[in-house]
Design a protein around this ligand. Structure first.
Ligand SMILES: *Cc1c(COP(=O)(O)O)cnc(C)c1O
Length: 362
């Protein structure tokens, strides 16, 4: 695994978390369980809810909302958080279908299925963004039912950002709407890129609920995600008596207190300035990769402000060595924080060697 970690180039997560061993080791001998709502006391005094709340507050700011108006918690994964976001939409609009693009993550249709909501897949444009003209047409065909729309902020293959304000306009023929922004990997990049490359990606773009993964850009070594929603949309249910009969707005019972602590630690170590620097450096590495591949005569492109560089599929041996995925005839490398210019060079050299040896291109 440590060998693989050095060469992960197409995987959408920061695989070098930089956790401080001395800090983390004793925590592995404790059960840190954030049971129930983040704002209620830890029933056994063995949780990290204060830290979790600070993570949620920071993410609310970055998503363009005031923490006082925002509900949030640390969910076990983005899929889970997306399920909760869609459920908030269903609670508001029980007859509305879910509109999502063909470039959305494969976790999305599964969550729609679990919720037994109607699914309407909207085609994506060739560059991966949702086709908002097709969305408008689909909404006009189902007037008055309302719309729950799942927008992706950084699609899996091309890193495309679905245009939130444009989606709000296009879905208006359906009637009232709930907009969920899936910013698993791309949310923080959109929030923290230099101003000219920033995008409205969350509440700032009209979203009602938002998810961001903790183990992707931020590199938490435990899979997790932050779910945020406009506070008035969350209707808490009552917890069991033995954990204190508090109101609980989450869908979980046990949640990882260790993930919350390690995520807090990462954010505290970097600070907002450090996170901005990290995003800038990733964008520079992505730009470098695009340039180097172009110099080699390969077709490489990326969306403005994206760390995903789309390319033609490299030969199988190169793909295997650098963990590069291929889907629908395209491949990508993703300049997450552990990706260095040296790793990009290594990849380019491997590409050149394969080409010289006349390896078939896919
Ligand atoms: C990774 C990803 C997901 C799924 O996240 P999990 O935490 O693996 O459940 C959903 N949407 C997007 C855009 C992703 O990149």
């Amino acid at each position: 695994m440590s060998d693989t970690q050095q060469r992960l180039l197409g995987f959408p997560a920061n695989a070098a978390p930089q956790v401080d061993d001395e800090l983390a080791a004793p925590l592995l001998n404790m059960l840190l369980n954030n049971i129930g709502d983040p704002r209620t006391p830890d029933p056994y005094g063995m949780g990290s809810k204060d830290f979790e709340q600070e993570v949620v507050e920071l993410l609310a700011w970055l998503a363009g909302a005031h923490p006082d108006d925002t509900y949030g918690y640390l969910a076990p994964s983005s899929s889970y958080g997306i399920g909760h976001g869609l459920k908030l939409g269903r609670d508001r609009l029980p007859h509305a279908p879910v509109y999502y693009s063909s470039a959305a993550h494969y976790a999305v249709p599964r969550q729609i299925d679990l919720l037994r909501m109607d699914a309407v897949q909207v085609p994506a444009l060739p560059d991966g963004r949702m086709d908002t003209i097709a969305l408008e047409r689909a909404c006009k065909a189902r007037p008055g039912r309302g719309a729950v729309v799942l927008a992706t902020i950084g699609t899996t293959m091309t890193g495309a950002i679905d245009p939130l304000p444009e989606i709000r306009r296009a879905a208006s023929p359906a009637g009232p709407m709930h907009l969920h922004a899936d910013g698993a990997l791309g949310g923080l990049v959109a929030a923290l890129a230099p101003p000219s490359e920033r995008h409205p990606w969350a509440f700032d773009g009209g979203a009602d609920s938002v998810t961001v993964s903790g183990h992707k850009f931020l590199g938490c070594p435990i899979p997790c995600a932050i779910l945020l929603a406009r506070k008035e949309l969350v209707r808490p249910a009552q917890q069991g008596q033995y954990v204190g009969r508090h109101q609980d707005g989450t869908l979980a019972c046990s949640r990882s207190g260790l993930a919350a602590l390690l995520l807090w630690r990462t954010l505290a170590r970097l600070g907002l300035g450090g996170m901005e620097k990290q995003v800038l450096s990733c964008l520079e590495v992505a730009d470098y990769a695009q340039q180097r591949l172009t110099e080699l005569g390969l077709h490489a492109w990326r969306h403005p402000g994206s760390i995903t560089v789309v390319l033609d599929p490299p030969p199988p041996e190169v793909r295997a060595r650098f963990s590069i995925p291929v889907e629908d005839g395209i491949a990508h490398i993703i300049a997450v924080p552990h990706v260095t210019p040296d790793l990009v060079d290594e990849f380019c050299d491997a590409q050149q060697t394969a080409k010289a040896q006349g390896s078939p291109l896919s």
